[in-house]
Design a protein around this ligand. Structure first.
Ligand code: ACO
Length: 311
């Protein structure tokens, strides 16, 4: 029997081993990974904005130091992920150009505004909690560089999740006005957090193939369910209620039943029409343009060093 590159690829996936950059891979596999990894990288970088907006307004030095560290971690996550995309032959400048011209997506969640400081806690608890649910299984994704980037990212995400929850616990022990801020933030972020997992399985064009390639390890609905089941006891411990009248334990399923997110809203936000899409992309474009001289200087420095080494 002849061993074709296709067979080697299929057997590697079958045996739960990793595909590495130099291995043969089908063009569709490469494309779907570039799409997902680039979107993921863009999400980390755009995700710096809603929280970055609160660094200068953090209520204490301690909160400011925590928030600064967290936003810097997100820049780091973006860099690991752009590097993973580069191992697939993508060009980072090209990915950035596609982001700022709206040809590549980033997570819907970052198109919602951060209105008060409790939002910082709720982003840590719910948004980073959802990110962890989605990303822990991606540590077993079939593409080596992506899976390995996920290991580091998930460790840092769990710190982010805890800092958010700890902030909310502190606020819930504070004044009635602080508790109101937490409730308001939870009400606004709950449904968008459920939407982070993507459309329902029946409307998810990429899931079937991505699962077959083991790029994704669970479907969107499976992960959404896991997130709800994980979060309900945390909400109880915090003393907040989640804004879903249909949310209840279903003993037969051994899982929570919950209401249907507004899928039309998700579609709108993904296609550019959320509260902050224009602002987020514009901010990213401006930062990119203002960084032009840094990129030029770095390239000139690298060229000079290379020339000196040759001489
Ligand atoms: N926000 C923006 N776009 C989304 C979202 C969302 N919440 N959910 C789905 N989409 C897009 C998909 O990217 C896809 O568009 P495309 O084909 O043009 O790329 C389309 O909607 C249909 O969705 P699916 O077929 O379900 O797409 P996919 O199989 O890629 O699943 C998912 C989407 C679950 C987001 C997957 O790509 C994934 O797990 N990505 C890695 C995690 C990630 O990107 N996290 C970023 C946010 S978390 C954080 O950074 C803190």
């Amino acid at each position: 029997e002849v061993t074709t590159p296709e067979r080697v690829f299929e057997e590697t996936i079958e045996r739960d081993q990793r595909i590495e950059p130099r291995d043969w891979m089908p063009e569709g596999y490469r494309k779907t990974l570039v799409r997902q990894v680039a979107q993921h990288a863009h999400s980390e970088i755009i995700g710096m904005q809603p929280e970055g907006a609160w660094i200068a307004r953090a209520p204490s030095l301690r909160r400011k130091a925590i928030l600064l560290a967290k936003v810097q971690d997100e820049a780091g996550h973006g860099l690991y992920l752009y590097s993973a995309a580069e191992t697939l032959g993508a060009d980072r400048a090209d990915l950035t150009a596609k982001l700022i011209s709206g040809r590549q997506k980033y997570s819907s969640i970052f198109n919602y505004p951060t209105l008060n400081f409790a939002d910082i806690g709720v982003i840590g608890w719910l948004v980073d909690g959802a990110a962890i649910c989605n990303q822990v299984p991606l540590c077993r994704s079939s593409y080596g560089p992506y899976a390995r980037a996920m290991v580091r990212i998930c460790k840092e995400e769990s710190f982010h999740q805890r800092q958010g929850y700890e902030l909310l616990l502190t606020m819930m022990r504070g004044t009635e006005a602080q508790r109101d801020m937490v409730r308001d933030a939870v009400d606004r972020w709950w449904w968008p957090s459920l939407m982070m997992f993507g459309p329902p399985d029946g409307d998810s064009p990429n899931t079937r193939q991505s699962m077959a390639w083991k790029v994704k390890r669970h479907t969107n609905d499976e992960l959404r369910q896991k997130f709800v089941d994980m979060t309900v006891p945390q909400a109880d411990a915090l003393g907040v209620s989640l804004p879903d009248p249909e949310l209840r334990w279903n003993a037969d399923r051994g899982a929570h039943d919950f209401g249907e997110p507004d899928w039309a809203e998700l579609k709108r936000v993904i296609s550019g029409d959320g509260a902050c899409n224009a602002e987020r992309v514009e901010r990213r474009r401006t930062a990119h343009e203002q960084g032009e001289w840094v990129r030029e200087a770095a390239a000139a420095h690298a060229a000079k060093r290379a020339a000196r080494q040759e001489a």
